[in-house]
Design a protein around this ligand. Sequence first.
Ligand code: GLA
Length: 387
Amino acid sequence: MKQKMLEYFKKAFEDTKGAEVFFAPGRVNLIGEHTDYNGGHVFPCALTIGTYGAVRKRTDRKLRFYSENFSYLGVLESDLDSLTPTKEAGWTNYPKGVMWAFDGRGMKMDCGLDLAIFGNIPNGSGLSSSASLEVLTGAILRALYGFDVSNQDLALIGQYSERNFNGVNCGIMDQFAIAMGKKDHAIFLDTATLEYEYAPIQLEGAQIVIACSNKKRGLADSKYNERRSECEEALKELQTVCDIQSLGELTEEAFEAHKDAIQDPVRVRRARHAVYENQRTVKAVEALKKNEITTFGKLMNESHVSLRDDYEVTGIELDTLVEEAWKQEGVIGSRMTGAGFGGCTVSIVKDEAIPAFRENGGKAYKEKIGYAADFYVVSIGDGPQKL
Ligand code: GLA
């Protein structure tokens, strides 16, 4: 891959003298969806697919960007004195946002750079191609300019730039999962405190399979920010009757006892999802620790039902993929993953059942939706690294 990246770099910027290559993974969330901005738990892992960047410092203040995924856009130019988001800047708003966030924290780049990237995360799939690019940029700036930041800082800076430069009011899960990724482990993260624990994922005789709906999903255009405000509203209403800082502090029982404080039935459902999903995530990790993988799978299924009925972020594409998966032999659990509104599902499938899972699920999906889904067996990988 390193060689290929240097070729892309050369194609865009003529020669590769002094160019270095970096990688940051994508992520998949196993359980704990739409809990990270509600002070709850999440359980994501970094993948071995992700975003590669070949980069070299310049002697002036120019920034030049090239993406092999958007090669038709050619080289997009900017400079360190115009770090503001623009529509024309397209994908480069992500690396520029991270540079802007570093700058805001007093980490000034003393010269510009040339950056060529390539990502093998399916675009718009909900596997966090944008967070991957943000963490990649952070790792590059740290290495090239010698900034003193930890991987956790890279996650926080990435999230800050996504929210304040790119206008998506996201939680910390994606950037954290990517920056802190560890091979063969998922990360059990308490988003209220950022305390975390690595849990080994040893699925004896089974694999993580991702099914991509190929329904494109734009986070910023979606109902993501709306869901977030619905939860904030519900929290305010609950705060009139109980002493909490976030929905993640409530047990199921406490929620049931106080839910009448929420004035609107839609908001009751949104908050119910946030509370129950958080508790499910804690239970799922406990089950996994005891090697009770069937229980883990059942909780994944319940997570999907809650995201479908209470949180309403699934849609016919993701529901079809998941409901077909549930019908298949050897499927331990299946649910949508990420923000929803299109994107991917994640399933745990027994090795011997994977071919039929792809074939039957793929066929049913195409018949119902009219276009094909893509299936990937994925592996859990490490966080950002230099190649
Ligand atoms: C997106 C956001 C995350 C998280 C998920 C839903 O991926 O970036 O912060 O909220 O949606 O769980």
